[in-house]
Design a protein around this ligand. Structure first.
Ligand code: PSU
Ligand code: MN
Length: 310
């Protein structure tokens, strides 16, 4: 079955393939952050820097995207460059991934779709910026990111900087608990809020080393519990924008999105670019710093998992 998928749809880059075959550490990276999350040219520069950080911390990077319907796990330099300015790239989650493959479209993978593709390729650790979550106003819109259900069903560990405060953070954590997803604060007792190191919410679980997280993942698997683990890694202090300062920007962004009738998949990209403008680019600088910080931890976690060989 897997063989059939590999032949027809899945293309794992040779260096990623050989690392996996040798049981070495590999870290998956998403592509929606490149196509819908950051402006050009910072998007491509960041994607490359993040790959370098993964290598520097002992793992092989595998950036994932769909190109002409092929699921690419590990992009070449040329493919990364192309993705940075390509138009007509779909933002793919679980619902539309098979459509993009079947109709030979180009697609960037969100957290949910990246988890699916990473798992198909046999990758267990994935670094991103922030996950999607329960949106503010969910009572009216029912907008809950498919990232949350994916975390409940697909066995990939996702390292993020918490969730953006453009979301409804208390409901996001409630939903993850309901769906049985362990949410681990890395060296923190507070759930990080992406640009800010802390929110006012306690993080459900806490671990302080990559080895301890690897142990949790192995234990979960051994117990036969399906689904992923979410690791929330606070942005480094020097790079953070405090929650106090971000709140006003975020409220304005959410109000503006509502006023313009922005809905569905367009919400997160709209809020990110609005905040980029309103903070004079500071939100992007913080975003870049936190993705790199997550890539480093993910690489160390993947290395810890590889060392024990299970
Ligand atoms: N966090 C970022 N930038 C992004 C995203 C998250 O800093 O671009 C993307 C991720 O790919 C995530 C997606 O999976 O936004 C969530 O979108 P939605 O809320 O539509 O599910
Ligand atoms: Mn949504």
């Amino acid at each position: 079955m897997t063989h059939d998928i590999s032949g027809r749809f899945l293309e794992v880059a040779p260096d990623v393939q050989s690392a996996l075959a040798r049981g070495e550490a590999v870290v998956a990276l998403e592509s929606t952050i490149i196509t819908h999350g950051m402006p050009h040219p910072q998007n491509v520069a960041t994607a490359r820097e993040v790959e370098t950080v993964v290598r520097g911390n002992g793992a092989m990077p595998a950036t994932i995207a769909i190109i002409e319907g092929r699921i690419k796990v590990g992009l070449s330099d040329a493919e990364l460059d192309w993705l940075g300015t390509a138009s007509d790239v779909m933002k793919l989650s679980r619902a539309d991934l098979p459509y993009a493959v079947a109709t030979r479209r180009h697609g960037a993978t969100t957290v949910a779709a990246t988890m699916i593709c990473a798992h198909l390729a046999g990758i267990r650790v994935f670094a991103t910026g922030g996950i999607g979550g329960v949106h503010q106003g969910v009572e009216a819109t029912m907008d809950i990111s498919a990232d949350l259900d994916e975390l409940a069903r697909t066995p990939v560990a996702v390292v993020c900087a918490g969730a953006k405060a453009i979301l409804d953070l208390p409901r996001t954590l409630e939903y993850l608990e309901t769906r049985g997803v362990p949410v681990v604060g890395y060296g923190t007792d507070r759930f990080p809020a992406f640009w800010s190191r802390t929110s006012d919410l306690p993080v459900p679980l806490r671990l302080d080393t990559p080895e301890a997280i690897a142990d949790l993942i192995r234990t979960k698997e051994t117990l036969g519990l399906t689904g992923g683990v979410l690791i929330a890694n606070p942005v480094p202090q020097v790079d953070e924008i405090s929650a106090d300062e971000m709140t006003a920007f975020i409220d304005a962004a959410v109000t503006e999105a509502k006023a313009r009738g922005v809905a569905g998949k367009a919400v997160t990209p709209f809020l990110l670019s609005y905040l980029f403008e309103k903070t004079g680019g500071r939100s992007l600088a913080t975003n870049i710093a936190l993705v790199k910080n997550n890539a480093a931890l993910a690489a160390r976690l993947a290395a810890a998992l590889a060392r024990t060989g299970i």
